[in-house]
Design a protein around this ligand. Structure first.
Ligand code: ADP
Ligand code: MG
Length: 728
């Protein structure tokens, strides 16, 4: 065994669960490190507190004077908790979170110093952030980007730093981050959904999109993980033979949580409590060493921030427990990968979940309105929704025989299918009183009862209705939820606006009653969007063929999927709803393509290095041992030696064959990379990496994995799957 692998395993065996002091009640810890309503009451005057609340509720601007007062309140609070620094905390398009700490400390001359944090520093900063991806925006406009306070997401303390959630925009206002378009999309859906919700309840003045994400991840002992260059640099294994036992016994799913892991989870949950992240659920997932964490759902902007924050905190807390967290969608071949289900709904300021069936026919008509409009929005924009979850790492799940497929479809369950089938039969035009009673009482009125025992949940669907929310399951585990949430909320907003126009027209021009107008419009939508609904097995080949017949897209790779991001239809949609302009859209497209090509390039380099500098030399060394053995046998048996060394000779030949394949594979891959690198056009380059470079990964890996089974375990340099996945 290589010294590195041996020492790492020895280290791992010694490790014990870290002791975690559990507070008597976690609820008492909740939000203690957040500048929330409770804290604001303590540290701000009434007016300032009210201004922040108004900013959260209706987007009201906060004046400079008030900001001055707020910053000083924040500072007092932070200092009382031992904080020394502050930072604007933002989400640039790298996918990670960004921060640049400044001390409160300032000198005031004469050798004196004070703690200072003014309103200016709270509201706006100009980090020297020229190295973040901008897709050329800051070159085209102004070579500056600045961060601006987002009062709708509360400031929080991490360690000894006060973190202020901000947006990140160019000098001329173009979004350079994930949060800015999300906030715009949330405003759009608020207005569109509020207008429609008013059909059913005049008191509604605001609708919040809600998000409850479920984060899947792997935990690997850090000593073992650090022995693998691929895990270290790419976050996934690029080679490694499957262990004798994987997940086939299903004994990990919901199994008892290993003690070291449980201790990590408890530590993490306690940190989350302090930060106001309402984590609730923890469990083992399907694959060995795979786990899941889920909070109670929140307003989408906050939920997105909390997910970005938690990914960072998970990594930090893991260090204390000697774990490495793998967020990659497919860290290990042949066992399940990770996703991040995005549970989504719409909720009014009157306390109604618009996607929850109610107890009266009217409430259910409201439910059906939002339910059917969402399905229609997904149908009309399935390619854009697919583009929103495209990434090099998520390609390993979508369209690669892994849950869910690259085809977007909506699952609603057999009972709701029946309801929609009946609604589809509604007569054209005004309904007779008899028809109306029949419809309201027997179809619409019965929805909550039938949903109660609607348990057939389809795990293979990419977009499923689960009782009172939709669950977008195709989002990748590394993704920032902002991107898919921006798209989903924008397309539903657009759809609801159209719905409103059509219903109002029927009421006004055709003199229809409101109910009739709604039923008539929904009926048409049911017909128009039928093709996106699919209740069967989403993994099967039959579905692939069927989906093709229905005209649904099946974009298996990122460069292909991203095309929809910049189509004329998309630009029109985003511009019309003021979520992004053409420059912003194209910049994002360029950044994502660039990111894709770079990731494949990096993986190619790592694989080439491991194959040539680790695997081939090891194989040759073992081959030499065999050759020596054969030489020895020759010495003993002389002429008869062949009989005694036949199998050794086979292995010697097999090793040579694999080594040859690996070496030429690497050589050809490098050539393909050289060609790709010369391509100026970023989209063409991404396609070249996808179609010409990436296929070599499989060839090289195949032969390396074969060698793993042939070569002496004592010599093998890389920590094996069975060690990575089953030691903890
Ligand atoms: P699964 O069976 O897919 O694991 P769970 O029931 O564990 O689903 O997860 C449900 C998730 O849905 C939780 O994260 C929860 O916060 C979220 N959720 C529940 N209601 C809503 C809602 N109205 N809006 C958004 N998310 C919701
Ligand atoms: Mg789920």
């Amino acid at each position: 065994m290589s010294t590195l692998r041996f020492e790492a395993l020895k280290e791992t065996f010694r490790r014990q669960a870290v002791h975690i002091e559990e507070p008597a009640r976690r609820s008492e810890l909740f939000g203690t490190n957040v500048f929330n309503e409770h804290t604001m009451r303590q540290f701000l005057n009434k007016g300032a507190h009210q201004d922040v609340m108004d900013a959260i509720k209706s987007g009201k601007k906060i004046s400079r004077d008030v900001a001055e007062h707020i910053s000083s309140g924040m500072k007092e609070w932070a200092i009382s908790k031992g904080v020394t620094h502050y930072t604007h905390w933002f989400q640039p398009l790298t996918g990670a979170t960004a921060e640049k700490h400044d001390a409160f400390f300032e000198t005031i001359g004469d050798g004196l110093a004070i703690e200072k944090f003014g309103g200016g520093a709270l509201v706006q900063q100009e980090p020297d952030a020229s190295s973040f991806p901008s897709g050329g925006i800051r070159n085209t406009f102004e070579a500056r980007g600045y961060t601006a306070w987002d009062p709708t997401s509360p400031a929080f303390i991490w360690g000894t730093t006060l973190c202020i959630p901000t947006i990140f925009v160019s000098y001329t206002g173009e979004a350079l981050d994930y949060k800015t378009p999300l906030l715009r999309a949330l405003q759009t859906i608020d207005h569109a959904a509020t207008d429609v919700a008013k059909y059913f309840d005049k008191n509604v003045t605001k609708v919040n999109a809600t998000l409850g994400w479920e984060q899947e991840y792997f935990l690997i002992d850090s000593a073992l993980a650090s022995t693998r260059p691929d895990l270290n640099l790419a976050g996934r294994t690029l080679l490694g033979h499957s262990p004798a036992k994987g997940q086939q016994l299903d004994d990990h799913y919901f199994g008892s949580i290993p003690s070291r892991v449980l201790s990590y989870m408890r530590d993490l949950e306690i940190e989350c409590m302090k930060l106001g992240i309402p984590v609730k659920t923890r469990h083992n997932e399907v694959a060995p060493n795979q786990f899941e964490l889920a909070p109670i759902f929140e307003e989408t902007n906050l939920a997105v921030d909390h997910n970005s924050l938690i990914m960072d905190i998970m990594t930090k807390v893991a260090e204390k427990h000697y774990f490495k967290v793998l967020f990659h969608e497919k860290p290990f071949a042949n066992i399940n990968g990770s996703g991040k289900h995005n549970n989504w709904s719409l909720s009014t300021d009157t306390g109604t979940n618009l996607l929850a069936p109610g107890s009266t026919p009217m409430k259910n008509l409201q439910f059906l309105t939002f339910f059917i409009n969402t399905i229609k929005a997904v149908y009309d924009n399935e390619e854009l929704l697919r583009a929103a979850i495209a990434s090099a790492s998520n390609d390993h799940r979508l369209g690669a025989n892994e849950a869910p497929p690259a085809i977007l479809s909506v699952f609603i369950g057999s009972q709701l299918t029946e309801v929609l089938d009946q609604l589809e039969k509604v007569t054209d035009g005004k309904l007779s009183p008899q028809e109306k009673t029949e419809l309201k009482l027997n179809v619409v009125g019965k929805i909550p009862e039938i949903l109660l025992d609607n348990t057939d949940r389809n795990r293979t669907s990419s977009f499923a209705f689960t009782g009172n929310k939709f669950e977008f399951r195709a989002v990748g585990s590394t993704a920032n939820c902002a991107n898919p949430m921006t798209v989903l909320n924008t397309i539903v907003a657009k759809q609801l606006k159209e719905f409103k126009v059509e219903v109002d027209k029927l009421i006004k021009e055709d003199k229809m009653k409101k109910d009739d107008a709604i039923f008539n419009t929904l009926r048409e939508y049911i017909k128009q969007s039928k093709k996106i609904r699919f209740e069967g097995d989403g993994y099967g080949e039959t579905w692939e063929k069927e989906a093709k017949k229905r005209g649904l897209s099946n974009n298996r790779t990122t460069p292909q999927a991203l095309k929809a991001q910049v189509s004329e239809k998309t630009v029109k949609l985003f511009e019309e709803l003021k979520v992004m302009n053409k420059v912003e859209i194209e910049a994002r497209h360029e950044i994502e393509l660039e990111d894709y090509a770079m990731r494949i390039q990096i993986e190619g380099r790592i694989l080439g290095d491991i194959a040539r500098n680790h695997i081939i030399p090891t194989a040759v060394r073992y081959q030499n041992i065999l050759i020596e053995n054969v030489e020895g046998l020759k010495h003993i048996y002389e002429k008869d030696f062949k009989k005694h060394s036949e199998e050794q000779l086979h292995i010697i030949e097999a090793i040579s064959a694999h080594v040859a394949k690996i070496n030429t594979g690497v050589k050809d891959m490098i050539e393909a990379r050289k060609v790709a690198n010369k391509i100026e056009d970023v989209e063409k380059r991404a396609f070249a990496y996808c179609d010409d470079v990436k296929p070599y990964f499989d060839v090289i890996r195949y032969h390396c994995d074969k060698l793993e089974l042939l070569v002496d375990d004592e010599l093998w340099p890389l920590t094996k799957y069975r060690e990575l996945l089953f030691t903890r």
